[in-house]
Ligand binder design. Structure first.
Ligand code: KG4
Length: 342
């Protein structure tokens, strides 16, 4: 279907990335600008108050740059899609208020997007490297700093959670364990880098026994912590001397937990298409494990480009485009929400 003259502006501000993107009516990505906030690195985690202030500083230049890079004029924008939640309320308020102001000024509709839908629908972004999109229904392993879910995606607006974490998210497990190893925040990418040269079978951590398709990562985290504590009693330099093996063994354990439940879901549902999404889907080990599993089991795998795994407005714009096509607009009264499921 050719949908000329439609341009959706996406705005994302749910956590610590201010992002704006433009997709056209066919889902083709014309721009995706992201301003990441370095200020939080000093504190070992995102400081909500600082995040809101940085969004305030970034939002106007980021949106202007997204329009400029898309080579359109702002008058050509058909609708504004913005992240309504879940996320940090102060951060969400910046994007929401900006979207409302621009929509009123330009007299164009607004589309509210669930951030988690955005992650899942990032597989529909068309760009120079990606022209193939998943067919419905497909399974999506959504793994980020705040979520770990296996979702059955029936359609863009019908997503069913089949399994989820009962405690920490996969990203939290990476970040919290990295923190006790003395690595900077967010620790996930550091573990990934170190794991590449470590022995994944050197250390064994306890495995969860959760029935059904739900996950748990808190036992692994505690077991990791105890391994460090016990070994540090004998050797002060234990962590420093075993960085790569600790990282590789931790990553291997997280992947084993994720893959075990993914396999159960594939068997239960019989669905032949598997996608991954969210920040943790940038992890080399996770990407490799899912790709290999799908190849072995004759399933179609959708592994996102790394730039679409972490928070970005391209995924909000594409999710907005699906709602735009259904005339599913939102009123100016809608307020952001900090918590919501898919
Ligand atoms: O989706 P996301 O950007 O933010 C939300 O939680 O919404 O995910 C951030 C999470 C962090 O926990 C970060 O450590 C993790 O994604 N992450 C990674 C990698 N890149 C980002 N975890 C493991 N390996 C990576 N390469």
């Amino acid at each position: 279907m050719i949908e000329n003259d439609i341009y959706i502006l996406g705005i994302e501000s749910s956590c610590d990335d201010t992002s704006a993107a433009i997709v056209d009516g066919n889902g083709k990505l014309l721009s995706n600008v992201i301003a990441s906030q370095k200020v939080h690195e000093l504190y070992g985690g995102v400081v909500p108050e600082l995040a809101s202030r940085a969004h305030q500083q970034n939002i106007v230049p980021v949106v202007s740059e997204a329009i400029r890079q898309a080579s359109i004029s702002k008058e050509q924008i058909s609708a504004i899609a913005y992240t309504r939640g879940p996320g940090l309320l102060g951060s969400l308020l910046v994007g929401t208020s900006f979207a409302k102001g621009l929509a009123i000024a330009m007299n164009i509709p607004m589309v509210d997007v669930n951030h988690l839908h955005g992650h899942v629908l990032s597989h529909f972004i068309i760009d120079d490297d990606n022209v193939e999109v998943p067919e419905f229904p497909f399974l999506c392993l959504l793994i980020s700093g705040g979520n770990s879910q296996i979702i059955k995606v029936e359609s863009p607006d019908n997503m069913i959670i089949l399994g989820k974490t009962i405690d920490d998210a996969a990203g939290e497990a990476f970040d919290k364990c990295a923190k006790v190893m003395g690595l900077p925040y967010p620790g996930g990418p550091h573990i990934d880098r170190l794991a590449a040269v470590g022995n994944p079978n050197r250390f064994k951590f306890s495995k969860p026994h959760i029935p059904g398709l739900d996950y748990s990562f808190s036992g692994l985290k505690t077991s990791f912590l105890y391994t460090l504590r016990d070994n540090l009693k004998e050797d002060d330099a234990f962590v420093v001397n075993n960085m790569a093996d600790l990282a590789a063994s931790l990553q291997h354990s997280i992947i084993t937990i994720l893959m075990d439940k993914l396999h159960k879901t594939v068997i239960d549902t019989g669905i032949k298409t598997v996608a991954i999404a969210g920040g943790v889907s940038a992890n080399s080990g996770v990407r490799g494990a899912v790709a290999e599993y799908c190849k072995k089991n004759n399933l179609k795998a959708f592994i996102p480009k790394r730039s679409f795994t972490t928070d970005n407005a391209a995924m909000i714009a594409i999710a907005g485009l699906f709602k735009y096509r259904n005339n599913d607009f939102c009123s100016l009264e809608k307020a952001p929400f900090a918590r919501v499921e898919i």
